[in-house]
Design a binder for this molecule. Structure first.
Ligand code: TIU
Length: 229
């Protein structure tokens, strides 16, 4: 079985994911109040946002590990400019929702930069020195300088967490994979409003020998780092 280059091996599917801490980044995708809390964009689409809460605690454990080790952490946020000049009508009007992006909700303007709902939940809030990347789309590479940031830091491998599994996590992992980055998705650190989409997205990532990437868990990662360092 092929092995990726590096020094820490994490049990994963379809086979172990081996990474070098100097070339890895933890990517926390869109852990925003708009998706995770009542009154935000996610709920405005008709979703039960409580389904995502289980991903918080394991992600915090991984975040703490990266902070303790001084490894690279990147947080993304989906949202638009206050003047909405970066919002395509096709995205604004999709599904003809009762509230649209930019409209006032209980946490301020939905999916709009500067509003309370656009902020990352306090449990996973960024700290000094971590990258915060604002993105207008689902994938974190589209319309952003993420690739430049990763190349400048010589990052080649991504450990991916975030919400939702089949939307922004899936889009980002696919964009990363096509750019030559190796992705380990932590199943307990991601969440979906739909159990069947969560299962299917993770199964798709790791199928065909890891066609998009690897799927592991936070506990396997923590144990592997503990025994290797
Ligand atoms: N609706 C949904 O499941 N997700 C999104 O709109 N964005 C992200 O996944 N971040």
């Amino acid at each position: 079985m092929n092995k990726t280059k590096g020094s820490i091996s994490v049990p994963a599917e379809p086979y172990e994911f081996t990474f070098d801490p100097e070339h890895v980044a933890l990517v926390c995708i869109d852990f925003q109040r708009d998706f995770m809390e009542a009154g935000g964009f996610g709920e405005s689409l008709g979703n039960d946002v409580s389904t995502l809460r289980g991903s918080i605690k394991p992600t915090r454990a991984v975040l703490d590990l990266f902070r303790e080790k001084g490894w690279t952490v990147i947080h993304t946020r989906e949202g638009h400019r206050e003047d909405l000049t970066d919002l395509f009508p096709a995205k604004r009007d999709r599904g003809n929702p009762s509230l649209r992006i930019g409209d006032e909700g209980p946490m301020g303007r939905l999916l709009t930069r500067g509003s309370a709902g656009h902020e990352i939940i306090p449990e996973l809030a960024p700290i000094e020195g971590e990258v915060i990347l604002d993105k207008p789309g689902k994938g974190a590479f589209y319309g952003t300088d993420l690739e430049t940031i990763l190349r400048a830091k010589s990052i080649t491998q991504l450990i991916i967490t975030g919400v939702t599994t089949e939307v922004c996590v899936q889009s980002t992992a696919r964009e990363a994979n096509d750019r030559g980055f190796e992705c380990l998705i932590l199943s307990d650190c991601t969440g979906s409003y739909f159990q069947e989409f969560y299962d299917a997205a993770l199964n798709m990532f790791k199928a065909q020998g890891g066609i998009v990437g690897w799927v592991g868990t936070s506990t396997s990662l923590l144990a592997a780092v503990d025994s290797a360092t």
